[in-house]
Unconditional design. Structure first.
Length: 479
């Protein structure tokens, strides 16, 4: 029996085309190639990740900068719109300054100023000396002081009268028209002399002189003939008529408040023109900035949170700037009564703008709080869970309380019907004393009537239900 030789499987198998090269050498080369490809892919991936991270960081920074600019631009837009609607709109301006004469602080300052002007014009002390005997000349000073108080009270009463309100509105309408014309550079009258704007109070002096002529006719030696301005019509020759009635020549700046801007009128005019021309463009640009910031932001919730915070910062900053300008203006007014009156007037004029600023602060704070609470942070998540748990607990308590009210409420109402009626009436009386407006009283009356009807119906229904016998028991049968 012949034995066939077994082939040697350990011999190298040479692939076609590669004579003398072992088979595992190609696997090594393939492994090296694959490792090189993997390393290259890792390098590319790291580069892309770094590039993406850098781009995200740049987008986040750009969005933060744009949203800060947007917040300040938005607050500035509110100020610009307020200025356009109030400072440069005569009707809106009239509605703003109409209540000024009724302000006690403003009225006291104007009354003191007008009284001093009247004393200067008619030389009251000299007139008193002229009518007193030579031996009584020593009482001229005290009498003049008493007359000063009388005239000041007269001025104050004129300021508070309904007739002067019409004069005040017409006077300010004219002054406002002139001031706007000056700021726009279209005025052709010499109201801005050496960068000054004059506010003429001669109509007030005219009405005061008419009242004094009726109260103290001997003070002027005759009855003064002066026009009645109660209708609001102010004649153009009023100064001449007052001079003729008093027999004096009034100073050029008699009864005039002068607003002096330290040589900056031209700069203010240019600023006003620029603001009016670019206001619409500025407002549109503000919303474009907002949209652009949200578009490039990688996290819009975070950007909106930043917007809320920056709105608060911008509103507070602009308010501080306006307050500084206000203080600078008031520092030009003599301290004391005049400055207090000017401060009250400025407060009235800027009241609407201050309200808008408060609204922006609240909007910004609420926006920032909401964006924070809906975020993924540990604090907001815990707070949301607590709110949800609290809401579920309140829901359970409400359902339990509702069932208790449905079960026991009618019986309780029937047993204590009179006490509930009287209690509702007492609460209504207290609310009526606290809330005294007609609308509040109407609401209280309607609510009280509805409450009384409701408790009466519920109480009677419960009482009737309790009086019915159980089913199957006749009314006359024994229990």
């Amino acid at each position: 029996m012949s034995i066939k030789p077994t082939p040697d499987t350990t011999q190298d198998i040479t692939p076609p085309g590669r004579t003398g090269e072992p088979a595992w050498a190609s696997d090594v080369e393939e492994l090296a190639r694959l490792r090189a490809e993997v390393a290259d892919l890792h390098t590319r991936l790291d580069t892309r990740q770094r590039r993406a991270s850098a781009i995200t960081t740049m987008r986040r920074i750009a969005a933060a900068v744009l949203i800060a600019i947007t917040a300040f631009a938005l607050v500035a837009s509110v100020v610009g719109v307020w200025s356009a609607r109030t400072a440069f709109n005569t009707d809106k301006w009239m509605a703003t300054i109409a209540p000024l004469p009724q302000d006690p602080t403003v009225a006291a300052a104007v009354a003191d100023y007008a009284t001093n002007e009247v004393f200067t014009a008619i030389d009251v002390e000299q007139r008193v000396r002229n009518v007193l005997p030579a031996q009584a000349g020593f009482i001229a000073g005290p009498v003049t002081g008493q007359l000063h108080d009388v005239i000041e009270r007269t001025v104050y009463n004129v300021l508070q009268s309904d007739q002067f309100q019409r004069i005040w509105l017409e006077l300010n309408r004219r002054t406002h028209d002139r001031a706007v014309a000056i700021l726009n550079g279209t005025s052709d009258v010499a109201v801005a002399r050496n960068d000054r704007v004059d506010i003429d109070l001669l109509p007030l002096i005219n009405q005061v002189l008419r009242a004094l002529s009726a109260q103290l006719p001997t003070m002027f030696g005759r009855q003064l003939t002066l026009p009645d301005l109660s209708s609001g019509e102010i004649p153009e020759n009023l100064r001449l008529r007052v001079e003729n009635a008093l027999g004096v020549t009034l100073p050029a700046n008699f009864a005039q408040f002068t607003v002096y801007d330290s040589g900056q009128l031209a700069a203010v005019q240019q600023m006003i023109k620029t603001a009016k021309r670019d206001l619409v463009l500025f407002v549109v640009a503000t919303f474009v900035l907002l949209g652009l910031a949200l578009l490039i932001s990688p996290g819009r919730r975070r950007t909106l949170l930043q917007l809320g915070l920056w709105l608060v910062v911008a509103a507070v900053t602009v308010a501080a700037v306006i307050r500084a300008v206000r203080d600078q203006i008031l520092n030009e007014v003599p301290a004391g009564l005049y400055r207090d009156g000017a401060a009250a007037a400025v407060t009235t004029v800027f009241s609407e703008l201050r309200t808008r600023g408060d609204q922006i602060i609240w909007i910004g704070a609420v926006l920032a709080a909401v964006m924070y609470l809906i975020g993924p942070g540990r604090g907001p998540t815990w707070l949301r869970h607590q709110i949800a748990a609290g809401a579920r607990a309140v829901g359970r308590w409400t359902r339990t309380g509702g069932r208790a009210v449905v079960t026991h409420g009618p019986g309780f109402t029937a047993r204590h019907l009179d006490a509930l009626r009287v209690g509702g009436l007492g609460v209504a009386v207290v609310l009526a004393l606290v809330l005294s407006s007609w609308t509040s009283l109407l609401v209280i009356v309607v609510a009280l009537a509805a409450y009384e009807v409701l408790v009466t119906l519920v109480g009677r229904a419960a009482a009737g239900h309790d009086a019915e016998p159980p089913p199957g028991v006749a009314a006359g049968d024994p229990a």
